[in-house]
Design a protein around this ligand. Sequence first.
Ligand SMILES: Nc1ncnc2c1ncn2[C@@H]1O[C@H](COP(=O)(O)OP(=O)(O)OP(=O)(O)O)[C@@H](O)[C@H]1O
Length: 654
Amino acid sequence: MAHLLEGLDPEGYDRRYGDRELTRRIAPYFRGKGRALVFVTLAVIIAATAGSAVPLLLARTVDSALEDDGDGRLVLLVGAILVAGIAAWLLNLLQERTAGAMAGDVVLKLREHAFAAAMRQDMAFHDAHPTGVVVSRVTNDTQAFATLITLMLSLLGQVLMIVILLTALFVINVPLALVTALVAAVIVAVSLAFRRAARSASLRQQQALAEVNGYVQETLRGIAVARNHSHQQSAQDGLHEVNRQWFRASVRLNRLFSGIFPLLISLTGLGTVAVVLVGGHGVDSGSVTAGEWVLFLEALALFWSPLTSIASFWSQLQQGLAAGERVFALVDRESTVRQRDAIAVPRLRGEIALRDVHFGYDAEHPVLDGVSLTIPAGRTVALVGHTGAGKSSVVRLIMRAYEFQTGSIEVDGLDVRTLDLDQYRRCLGVVTQTPFLFSGTVADNIARGRPGAGRDEIEAAARAVAGGDWLAQLTDGLDTPTDEGGRNLSTGQRQIVALARVFLQDAPVLILDEATASIDPLTEAQIQEGLEALSADRTTIVVAHRLPTVRKADTIVVVDGGRFIEQGDHTSLLARGGAYSRLYDRYFRHQQPDDDPADAPGPRSAEAAPYARAAVSASNGHQDREGQGTPPASTGDDNANRDGEESVIDGHRV
Ligand SMILES: Nc1ncnc2c1ncn2[C@@H]1O[C@H](COP(=O)(O)OP(=O)(O)OP(=O)(O)O)[C@@H](O)[C@H]1O
């Protein structure tokens, strides 16, 4: 059977929880529900007792009729059967309603916890685990786990009824009760043996379903790419693959369940034959009354349902337990971004220092190789370099999206790992290359910068970017609807909305990853205007792709192969005639139609190239290193400059 499950491994953070541990984890979700629990338990007990009374009274009625006890007694017995039946039905109804409400409440809380756990994970987690798979845990698995509650109660009622009836059977006739108990024991033993296999098969099936969810979600998110590159067939093939895994897991589960039922039915059939034979013999010899014989047969029929449904319960029960394991694995997963302390940071001045920071997304591939940089509060630093050099990784570390391996990052002299993470992140205004907008309106998205902000504050933030002129390009100004992700807005417009959002947020530190996608000159001018206004009095770190941003930065840091190879301002770096000068010559200069002759690249005299902002310092600690002078990602002429380029070696302190 192992080949059926090839390629379906649990996710890295999955683990097995024992039943006891799962029970311990679920118990807190019932806090404050003591009365409801007591009521449900009592209702289950009374309903099971009333339900067991029905066959006992029935047996008594048969004997009474045969013994000719009189009509009055018969009517009394029939009335008692009716009352017991109605009581059992009514209590079961009330019990199920109360338990249903309780289960719903548990789903509410569990789902919120699972969602919070997914939200607090580091970006490495989200890189490794497709969104659809995580969504499946937060939605489907929480629900599947909560159905356990109603299932357990129903099982409890059934088992209780079996215990009451079996006790009565032993009191009435021990040999016949032994035959009945033996049949029941065999059925339960077979069901229990089936338990382990069913649980692991259910787990596999749910994993496979989550894989399908994840694949479909990811493919649909990238639908434009799939279409543009005629990837539809390969996308379909990919679905076929994950769908086959789900199919194999489902077939295995189905095989397990389809095998168990015929076996259980046959066992019960044999048991009935035995009770008929032994009971008939007992009636013949006078040791058993006809009513008691009927009771034993009736009991076996009554047992059959709960005993066999123990097996069918297993299906849901195992699915519920497996789902619980998956939910708690998510809740228990520790983010790799770990804070050692939670120092309050109501407001930062904005001085940022990286000291000998080493970082890799995984252990085998170092991305940042001992980078150091100090940015005084209120200054602007532009990170420039070729695609994959490590620019975005630097800002991701400052944002605490990933954990760095060694070195330190300090803000206002405090180790970033000791700060209250939520408060710290609120101090960072982040604008990514293609900002994500939520469905709603442009105003709603700006308002996310400061929840609770009034309309006038939102309007003021919108006007702070290019005087609000950009609103005229939208169909409905601030009330223009936005699709999920902001698909109905251009990349430039999305960046403007994100800038306005940061204006409202009024964060002391601004982190901007400039769009590499082409943006029309008007929008670019508006973004520049907004950026200038925003960065005026706050620390700004820009992953820069545009000349105006680079030129205006207090310090430009050239990133190459995970190292900071040059730092200085535009004029001084041009004067050096090094890596920046070549970047400028081959990339940035072309962005400026009216080339400033003063900007012509090439070595300059030291006097002509004073390093501006002496307070900004950076060093990579790697002297005399060969670099590559290739242009950034968006130039489109990467290959032309990749090879054979002399590189500047620069480990100086500014
Ligand atoms: N989430 C990730 N998981 C694993 N590796 C990554 C991840 N993001 C980036 N990398 C790798 O880290 C290196 C640096 O990437 P980074 O995004 O920092 O470069 P960049 O200089 O910002 O490039 P670009 O200008 O193209 O955005 C690259 O080799 C890249 O492949």
